[in-house]
Design a protein around this ligand. Structure first.
Ligand SMILES: [Zn+2]
Length: 338
């Protein structure tokens, strides 16, 4: 959190005070189609006024990984797969989160997977090697991010990673390891780390809609506004594993999370909300079913080069119509951050 600056924009401003980027990792067109069928009239992304389509190739491949995809959105530059917000020479590229931070905004990174995983990390970490977990954790703990929530509690205290309580307190973080402790967390330097879940489905007691609401309540206290990234990783992991039940659960959870953020944005009128996939995973198809749930088939266990849908709501949303490269996310949001 930072001190106040100029008068905040009015609710009718063309420029948002707050920006929330909701990433359904691995969600291509069929993932959103499945979410729509699963949620019916409750499908939240379908109520957004603006839609777009985003091309996702990285600098090194027609098929991106999550590191290069998130780096493109965060920095406006296509980078090689496995790289987090650095150029080909390894030099750091400034991210949207860092830009927002420099403007006095509060910031947050929330995910259902390891909090140092590629998508959240690309917004606050710079490294040519996404698999270098120790360095990524060091950078995140040393960062100015106000709120971080995710999993990976069991990774600490071995394989070169420090004991989490000591490492967190050394950098001034309040560490939360139980869902019940979320309510008493401060609005800045709060780090919530839960045990990893199979296929990165929601943490029991701390589902993604709950974590999103938790983050919004805290970040909204900053009069300068905030920049928040919320990711569901279960939509990607379950697609890699061709695990249809876990995918359906994650698609439902992600769309419920979209609803939490959209309700917040509609009440205030000063918050831009972007909902998108970072790439497609699993070559998903919605198929004619027998009885019961939405039937899904997979054509792959890896990422594909599909376009991904984008849904936009709030001040500046109209800029996100059309078909464009994922690097345009950075440019369009940057032009709106005043
Ligand atoms: Zn993946």
């Amino acid at each position: 959190m930072h001190g106040p600056r100029a008068a905040p924009p009015s609710s009718t401003s063309a420029f948002p005070r707050n920006v929330v980027l909701l990433v359904g990792d691995g969600m291509g067109p069929s993932h959103f189609a499945a979410a729509r069928l699963l949620r019916g009239d409750a499908f939240e992304a379908g109520r957004f006024p603006v839609t777009g389509l985003v091309a996702t190739a990285s600098a090194s491949s027609r098929v991106t990984d999550s590191a290069a995809a998130a780096s493109a959105m965060a920095t406006g530059h296509k980078v090689n797969n496995k790289m987090l917000s650095v150029d080909a020479e390894g030099r750091p590229l400034p991210t949207l989160l860092e830009l927002a931070e420099g403007q006095g905004r509060a910031t947050g990174l929330v995910t259902t997977t390891f909090f140092g995983d590629a998508t959240p990390a690309a917004f606050a970490v710079h490294t040519a090697r996404r698999e270098q977990v120790t360095g990524i954790v060091d950078q995140l703990l040393a960062s100015q991010v106000d709120l971080i929530a995710g999993t990976g509690a069991e990774l600490f205290g071995r394989d070169g990673l420090p004991e989490l309580p000591a490492a967190a307190s050394k950098q001034g973080w309040t560490l939360i390891t139980e869902p019940a402790a979320l309510a008493s967390a401060p609005a800045s330097k709060a780090l919530a780390v839960f045990p990893s879940q199979k296929n990165d489905v929601d943490v029991p007691g701390a589902r993604l809609p709950t974590l999103a609401r938790w983050a919004l309540e805290r970040l909204a206290k900053d009069p300068d506004g905030f920049f928040l990234v919320v990711e569901h990783e279960g939509t990607d992991k379950a697609s890699h594993e061709n695990a249809a039940d876990d995918l359906r659960a994650s698609l439902r959870s992600f769309d419920e999370t979209v609803g939490v953020v959209a309700d917040f944005a509609r009440q205030r009128g000063d918050t831009l909300v972007l909902v998108m996939g970072d790439h497609e995973t699993g070559g998903l198809r919605v198929v004619a079913e027998g009885a019961g749930d939405v039937a899904l088939e997979f054509g792959s266990t890896v990422h594909t080069g599909s376009l991904v849908p984008l849904f936009a709501l709030g001040p500046g949303a109209e800029r996100f119509v059309g078909l464009y490269e994922n690097t345009e996310i950075h440019r369009k949001v940057r032009a709106l951050l005043r």
